[in-house]
Design a protein around this ligand. Structure first.
Ligand SMILES: [Zn+2]
Length: 235
């Protein structure tokens, strides 16, 4: 089922797996951004109903770490959730990069919150090592995030990636903008995923800031709301 305030990724999935992204019109789904908690809980229930989720989604306490929770347990703070049973994995973002993963056999799912700090701290690698699935058996969807044209950063960001990414990837993902840089996070995530052996990678090519009327964008609208990227295993 789809509705006008929920986007279904253009991404081929095993029969028992589904994925979705909430749009701005759906409303904020984060409890830590000053919104009325009762309203957020109502929206989360509405989302579970709209997607006919059989399992209760586990919302993470995201803190730009490289820590991974394994369903049904939730670490005190973590920025990825993996499951190898019927479950729902969700991350909340507004410009940071949501990554959704599943195995081709439909057994494993993961949702990852990857801003620049998380990517540089290897949240993707930590997730893959926790999944313990042959990378060639995984499918990755790189969701709506701020694009290179919209994302100006300081030298500390380039330095962080220079410490952990190969020089060529950094050269390709950063373009200079005066004494600052513009960084392509979706490209960095894709390069890193390929380095880890993934081959089935789908870019959403959706920018939260270019399309701030559709998504929450922290940079473009100074939004405090967050939208959800969700992947779930039904059986
Ligand atoms: Zn953009």
């Amino acid at each position: 089922m789809t509705s006008s305030n929920i986007l279904r990724p253009d991404w081929s999935l095993p029969n028992n797996i589904e994925a979705a992204v909430t749009l701005r019109d759906f409303g904020n789904l984060a409890t830590h951004v000053g919104d009325d908690p009762a309203l957020v809980i109502l929206r989360r229930r509405h989302l579970a109903r709209a997607l006919k989720l059989a399992t209760v989604p586990l919302y993470l306490n995201q803190q730009h770490t490289n820590r991974v929770s394994i369903w049904p347990n939730r670490e005190h703070t973590s920025d990825a959730l993996i499951a190898d049973k019927p479950a729902v994995a969700v991350v909340l973002t507004a410009d940071c990069l949501p990554l959704l993963l599943c195995s081709k056999d439909g057994q494993h799912i993961a949702a990852v919150h990857a801003g620049w700090r998380g990517l540089a701290a290897d949240i993707l690698g930590q997730t893959l090592r926790t999944l313990k699935v042959d990378a060639r058996q995984l499918k990755l969807w790189i969701g709506p995030a701020i694009c290179q044209r919209c994302y100006q950063v300081g030298n500390e960001v380039r330095q962080a990636f220079s410490n952990c990414f190969d020089g060529r990837s950094v050269e390709q993902a950063f373009s200079s903008d005066g004494d600052r840089w513009r960084v392509d996070l979706p490209l960095l995530a894709e390069r890193q995923a390929r380095d880890y052996g993934l081959t089935e990678i789908t870019q959403s090519n959706l920018c939260t800031a270019c399309s701030a009327d559709r998504f929450y964008s922290y940079r473009e609208n100074k939004d405090r709301g967050r939208f959800a990227s969700i992947i779930w295993r039904k059986s």
